[in-house]
Design a protein around this ligand. Structure first.
Ligand SMILES: *Cc1c(COP(=O)(O)O)cnc(C)c1O
Length: 374
């Protein structure tokens, strides 16, 4: 079976460096906030191209803490997308703030012209959490103009877009802060949970460092009501020594597979998307779209050809039961988002796919005979 991720093949490749990293941490006798976390933060900052990185316990925490730093408080309105991992919205509602959902375009990314129209009418919206979904960057320059024009506090959700560019601009450089995740399936995945807050502002970075560690600015000095949200030494050493040195090559392979899919998939019953103009994607996910009423049949068809496809995501966030228990607002009918959640199918795109497997997947997609393109 061709699977969405292949951690076994990954382990074969990284085993030696991973065991070396674990040995290093064990021998150091320091397991929380030591030199491995610091070294990883510096290496990631230089890889990413932003000045400061603070490791935290998860992507969810990275978004929540970033919003806290920017002053997001109960009752504040936060513009965001209805199509993402639930964590994007969960970070907002955990602060008691109110998510405002604006519809996506037909490929699942936030529609920034729609956002502009909404922000003109709603000066009470002061916070914005855009998501670079699937690894495709929203236009960074346009995000920056929106931030300046409407005087917004912005946290970019970069959990899926490490290494991506938009017209050569870096992910996370439009918002005051950016958040990423090291959940195992992510392009840079830990062997457990982890995340990071990124910024080019040294003061905001200091605040992140304090908040992740009980709000301490120095030992036993609790300046803020903080969190216990620290990245472990073990995860940092593993990410830094076993994964980060290979990430550029993994990303190149993901991009190559995406190009082969885009060139090879020829079937009027399915739709693919190359991402927005100018986006040099990190291809965390390869989304494609089929008729909503035939999606399960399509997934079954792939399964019978030995391919395990996934779905990102099967329910628009405002339609999740948890959101009936808190305040949230729909800025419009979110019709694109809702249709997309019923028609999206994600093909495997991990870097360990062989050329034969990629060919097998294209053949199976092209052999699908489902009517009614979405
Ligand atoms: C994975 C993910 C998150 C959450 O990260 P965790 O580390 O699982 O908390 C948030 N946003 C997006 C877009 C994600 O893909």
């Amino acid at each position: 079976m061709v699977t969405s991720n292949d951690f076994k093949r990954q382990w074969e490749e990284i085993r030696e460096s991973a065991l070396g990293a674990f040995e290093q941490v064990g021998a150091s006798g320091q397991y929380v906030l030591g030199q491995e976390v610091r070294a990883f933060e510096e290496a990631l900052a230089s890889y990413w191209g932003l000045d400061h990185v603070t490791g935290v316990a998860s992507g969810l925490d990275a978004i929540e803490i970033s919003l806290r730093i920017l002053g997001c408080a109960p009752g504040d309105r936060v513009l965001t997308t209805p199509v993402s991992a639930f964590a994007t919205t969960l970070a907002i509602v955990k602060l008691g703030a109110i998510p405002v959902f604006a519809d996506t375009d037909e490929n699942g990314l936030l529609d920034l012209s729609r956002c502009r129209g909404l922000l003109r009418k709603r000066p009470d919206i002061r916070f914005f959490v855009p998501v670079h979904l699937y690894g495709h960057l929203l236009p960074v320059g346009e995000l920056r103009r929106i931030r300046d024009e409407f005087n917004l506090m912005m946290v970019e959700d970069c959990a899926q877009c490490i290494g991506a560019r938009s017209y050569s601009e870096i992910a996370g450089s439009a918002g005051q802060l950016a958040a990423t995740s090291f959940y195992p399936t992510k392009n840079l995945g830990a062997m457990g949970d982890g995340g990071a807050i990124l910024t080019s502002d040294a003061k905001l970075d200091l605040r992140a460092r304090a908040l992740r560690d009980y709000g301490q600015t120095e030992k036993y000095r609790h300046q803020y009501v903080g969190y216990n949200s620290r990245l472990d030494e073990l995860q940092a050493a593993y990410l830094h020594r076993a994964c980060l040195p290979r990430l550029a090559r993994w990303t190149t392979r993901r991009r190559a597979i995406a190009s082969i899919y885009l060139a090879g998939i020829r079937n009027a019953a399915v739709r693919t998307s190359a991402g927005p103009e100018g986006s040099e994607s990190s291809w965390h996910i390869f989304p494609m779209f089929v008729a909503a009423n035939l999606r399960n049949k399509f997934i079954e068809h792939l399964k019978s050809a030995g391919i395990a496809a996934a779905v990102h995501y099967d329910t628009a966030i405002p339609d999740q039961p948890a959101l009936a228990q808190v305040s949230c607002e729909l800025a419009d009918d979110c019709a694109n988002a809702r249709l997309l959640c019923r028609s999206e199918v994600s093909l495997p795109i991990h870097p360990y796919l062989t050329d034969e497997e990629v060919g097998q997947i294209i053949q199976a997609v092209n052999a699908w005979r489902g009517g009614g393109i979405c």
